[in-house]
Design a protein around this ligand. Sequence first.
Ligand SMILES: Cc1cc2nc3c(=O)[nH]c(=O)nc-3n(C[C@H](O)[C@H](O)[C@H](O)COP(=O)(O)OP(=O)(O)OC[C@H]3O[C@@H](n4cnc5c(N)ncnc54)[C@H](O)[C@@H]3O)c2cc1C
Length: 482
Amino acid sequence: MLAFADKTYDTDVVVGAGASGVTAALQAAELGAKVVIIEKLPSLGGGTICSGLTVVGSDQQNKYGFHQFTDKSYVFKKIMDYNHYAGVAPIVSKFINESNNSYEWLKKHNVKFDPIFLYTYLEDPAWHPLTGHCAGMLKSLIEEFKKYNITALTETPGKSLIIKNGKVAGVIAESEEDGKVTINAKSVIIATGGYGGNPDMVKKYAPFKGFSVNKGSKFRVGDGINMALSAGADTHNIGLMQWHDPMPKTDIGRATRSGFNEPFFWVNKEGKRFMDETYRMLWAYSGNASLNQPDGVVIKLLDAATVKHITDNGGALYGVHDLKPNNDFNKSVEMDVQGNKVVKANSIKELVQKLNKNYGFNMDEATLQATIKQINDSYANHEDSQFFKNRQYLREFKTAPYYALVTYPAFLGSVGGIKVDENAAALDANNKPVPGLFVVGLDSGGMLYGDTYNIVSAGQTLGWAVNSGRFAAIKAVDEMKK
Ligand SMILES: Cc1cc2nc3c(=O)[nH]c(=O)nc-3n(C[C@H](O)[C@H](O)[C@H](O)COP(=O)(O)OP(=O)(O)OC[C@H]3O[C@@H](n4cnc5c(N)ncnc54)[C@H](O)[C@@H]3O)c2cc1C
């Protein structure tokens, strides 16, 4: 039997040591707070995956001539147009106005950035790539913890909030070493990364009720959101997810994934085309389009000539998963055919039969044949009269064997969660602050958006994590000093 000596701390507390929590802890400590940060995983920042954040008005944007993106009024209007004013304007405004201060603050704490580049021609020059991705940023920030005597407790999940006289007054956590850990605190900043790893919460809150693939962390299970709800906080836009390119149910070769993501020929399980495939570059858009299909199923099709074309010439789109010329896409596809992850057929009839048999679809061969005729006519006429795809991405689908990758709606995490104000203070149903409680990062990310997170001025989820972490810390310390 194990016996634990329970432990108590008197301090300010941050729950969750990912992008937003680490930022909040360092900012609060820098301003003089005594900080305890608790993390449920074995290492601080260990579960965070990301690469860059939104900044408006940076030295880089000036240096590389992206002057429009140094104009806050232009960017504010652009972002509010994107969200149709469903994003909360004062919060979007503060986010834009403070983004460069946060970027400079990160640099002051030894965080390094790579030069800005655009993944796609559809994107704004807003995304600032971190050297070494988020791991690089977190390593630098965590190094700074020593300077400010921040107490960091790993493998110590926060379990519930302490509430005294109607005010949040700390956190009860648990650790194998210390048993029950009581942290009495003047304020609590919740930063647990949303609920994307909790299938029950995804089912409850996300509007799409079919099967979907979680490509984010399985450890973000909504703990912080549930703690905030139990303290009387309200939700805002809680069903918003970071929808991504539709993905297969099982892992496939990296080259297979990249090649099938080329913008050539996607159909739904009825065999009908449903979008301009180039919009997969803005993956939130292809994610949305997949949600509108029966059961969310998207079948990515390639013929032998296009497999060879991609292998010889590389990808048509540059991006995160691009393929260089003379790559091993063809080999990767054949391996995944062997593993029953990609369907291969010598005729359209056989392709439909295999899809129906292996995946339980009820596709009509004549429907797929009609769609293939449409795509081949578009190629011949240099015009996609249905979805108006840029003609350089039109290709024929004529040469056997044919290949199909069956995919489903996929997300990187949840975005929406708790309702907060401009300081990331949790709000109740009457828009009144829940005393002592702040909620940051993906636990409150829905404030910036309408029905789709912003993939055009990209990096806003990490941008919100860093900025909201700082906003909460600054306000918490300010209140503490009163
Ligand atoms: C593949 C991929 C690529 C991405 N790229 C980008 C990008 O380039 N730009 C961008 O803006 N966004 C990107 N994102 C999203 C990015 O991951 C989030 O924006 C960011 O991590 C949010 O920070 P956070 O602090 O809210 O959550 P996290 O960074 O996930 O931190 C939450 C932390 O809380 C801990 N935790 C959970 N529950 C508890 C508990 N009960 N007690 C204590 N600790 C707990 C978790 O273990 C975790 O360490 C990407 C996501 C994925 C999956």
